[in-house]
Design a protein around this ligand. Structure first.
Ligand SMILES: [Zn+2]
Length: 646
């Protein structure tokens, strides 16, 4: 289980995310993210975000970005979490910021930077700015605590629109960096790296804890007070940052070399660089999304690496029977995070590269899989399991992977499959790994068997009265709360049938029909090639019996609209992308979204060039409406929308 500190516990338990701190910790220890439900994924993201902002990071940045955020991006690219500036933990009341503070879009590769430069070029062309006049400014990206100074008050960034008044940091004597004056707008509260190492490292685990202390309402500790007095803690306005400025050709000719001096330009933690164009006309022309300015981008790299000794390689059996090698490492600090384990891609890599106890590997925090074993510096005889760590079956090679072939009686596979089912439904509570393990110990192996459980049986298995009651109730809840049919199908965990593919199939066939499809019929559906179709048809056949036992219990399934449905084709919303914003009078927003979907609409979370209609409820800002209209989106009031449907 992922360990959490008392501070993290307090923060997480104060959030309304549906899970408590222990549950979040438990979910964080799941390495195979596909088994995590949307609710759990969002809970992890919110919890990690809140802890990070409070100065007690729960996971390292890259894990947050590349695993959890990337997973959400993959499941639902339009999810609103991806397009909002994550709020900080509120400890007091909030005030409206003098100016909106957006987030910065991030790039992790030079290719992404090249694409961004291309967009700048295109924008310049559109408004007839000669290419030579395009100026790009590059500054270090401070890894501190974002704030806004309007000259009178200092604010936290909050949700980008409302933040907290933290003027007390200046009252306590905090200076503006570079002898700057007050009122220079956005910047970061930062702590000198060398000062931290010399004077504070023994007392504080990382500089974030100090940032949190500087702005906290309670009195600051003497050591922090002294750091403020000695101007080791300052507010650094972005406009005063050392910078490189040049034209687009200079940026692209040798980007990496260009960055060299910027990494060491300041004695503060930085986690990348910021690129922006300084030309005001281009800025105005490019504008912003809800989340970030289009004329600005952060380039994040982290080529910090460490040589780490492997203590052990532990096999873990997943739901599908694949055995994942997890390298347990001598705990090592890398870019502020302590890393004690890293997943090795597959067992073939363990075998060919000689990963085992005593091996020395180079661990890199980079923009890819994090933490990543870059190379093996000292190989040893690899540790290859011969049997499944869960059921003891003799395991076999399948391409690069070791597989437990025991499809019927392997605890890890059985339990992970059951956990996956309830998590994927995402409309119920209580059937986490611990409960499932206990049920399995009493011989429960299948989903339909769980649905047949009574409160008395559960009492007999050693569950408490309240838990037994809740579990039975949650089973009813899971059947009565409406759930999309594609989600229900995805819960059975058939290989290559995650949510997206389920939805695509169900646009053409009903759920029961899918089980009668052969490969030839499936490849006629857009997006299904021969190999996928074969795997899916086989996978469906394998779960068919269990599927119908569960399906026949009667779930409240919402049908995916059929593309061929002639009634729908007549609907004004058919195939149109619709976004709802503001609070609606005739129903909750989720209900209205479901209704629009049932009429054949594609529902988005934020306006893009593909949006047809933006339906505005109450309290929608004029800017938002103007921005949508600028993109050619038809803006409708709720009343106009309802009138259109009739
Ligand atoms: Zn097994």
């Amino acid at each position: 289980m992922h360990s959490i500190s008392p501070q993290q516990r307090t923060i997480i338990d104060s959030l309304a995310i549906g899970l408590n701190a222990d549950e979040v910790a438990e979910d964080l220890s799941i390495t195979e993210l596909s088994v995590i439900s949307n609710t759990q994924l969002l809970a992890i993201l919110h919890a990690a975000n809140a802890c990070y902002r409070a100065g007690f990071p729960l996971i390292d940045d890259a894990t947050y970005d590349h695993q959890y955020l990337a997973e959400l991006q993959q499941r639902d690219p339009t999810h609103e979490f991806l397009s909002y500036v994550e709020p900080e933990v509120a400890t007091g009341k909030t005030v409206t910021l003098p100016q909106k503070m957006l987030s910065t879009d991030k790039a992790y590769s030079v290719t992404e930077i090249e694409k961004w430069v291309e967009r700048i070029r295109k924008a310049a062309q559109e408004i007839n700015v000669p290419e030579n006049d395009i100026q790009i400014r590059i500054t270090p990206k401070l890894d501190g605590y974002a704030a806004f100074d309007d000259g009178e008050r200092l604010y936290t960034r909050g949700d980008g629109v409302r933040g907290q008044d933290i003027t007390r940091a200046f009252t306590r004597g905090m200076a503006v960096a570079q002898h700057g004056m007050r009122g220079l707008g956005p910047g970061e509260i930062v702590i000198s790296k060398s000062y931290f190492t010399q004077h504070l490292a023994e007392q504080f685990e990382n500089s974030r804890n100090i940032q949190a202390a500087i702005i906290a309402e309670k009195n600051v500790e003497p050591a922090v007070k002294q750091a403020i007095n000695e101007q080791a803690c300052v507010f650094y306005p972005f406009s005063l940052l050392p910078n490189w400025t040049g034209n687009v050709d200079d940026v692209l000719s040798d980007f990496t070399a260009l960055l060299e001096p910027i990494w060491d330009a300041v004695d503060y933690d930085i986690d990348g660089v910021i690129l922006e164009t300084t030309n005001p006309d281009i800025k105005t022309h490019m504008g912003a999304t809800r989340h970030h300015h289009r004329w600005q981008i952060a380039f994040k790299v982290n080529d910090e690496s460490a040589e780490v000794e492997v203590l052990n390689v532990t096999p873990q059996t997943s739901r599908t029977g694949r055995i994942s090698p997890v390298a347990e490492l001598v705990p090592t600090k890398l870019s502020g995070a302590t890393i004690s384990r890293a997943t090795v891609h597959h067992y073939n890599m363990v075998k060919t590269n000689g990963v085992g106890p005593g091996a020395v590997v180079q661990l890199v925090r980079s923009g890819l899989v994090i933490p990543k074993i870059e190379k093996v510096l000292h190989a040893v005889t690899p540790q290859l399991p011969e049997t499944c760590p869960s059921c003891g079956s003799h395991i076999i090679w399948e391409a690069d992977h070791l597989i437990c072939p025991n499809k019927t009686d392997c605890s890890a596979q059985t339990e992970n499959t059951l956990v996956h089912f309830f998590k994927s439904l995402g409309n119920n509570d209580g059937f986490g790994p611990k409960v499932i393990e206990k049920l399995h110990q009493h011989g429960i192996k299948r989903i339909h068997e769980i649905y047949a459980l009574s409160q008395n049986q559960l009492l007999g298995y050693g569950f408490g009265e309240k838990t037994a009651f809740n579990l039975v109730e949650q089973l009813t809840v899971s059947r009565t709360v409406a759930i999309e049919d594609w989600r229900f199908l995805a819960a059975f965990g058939v290989s290559r049938l995650a949510g997206g593919n389920c939805e695509k199939l169900l646009e053409h066939h009903t759920l029961p029909e899918l089980f009668a499809l052969d490969v030839d019929a499936m490849v006629t559906i857009d997006g299904f090639a021969q190999v996928s179709a074969e795997a899916i048809v086989e996978g469906l056949a394998n779960v068919k019996e269990e599927f119908f036992k569960v399906y026949d219990l009667g779930f409240n399934l919402t049908q995916t609209p059929k593309l061929s449905d002639s009634d729908l084709a007549d609907s004004v919303l058919f195939g149109k992308q619709v976004v709802f914003t503001g609070s609606m009078a005739s129903g909750s927003r989720p209900d209205m979204e479901k209704h629009a979907k049932s009429l054949g609409a594609k529902v988005g979370k934020s306006v893009s060039g593909n949006t047809t209609y933006l339906i505005t409820g109450d309290k929608v800002g004029a800017n938002k409406i103007k921005a949508a209209q600028d993109k050619g989106v038809t803006v409708l009031s709720e009343a106009e929308y309802l009138a259109m449907l009739q």
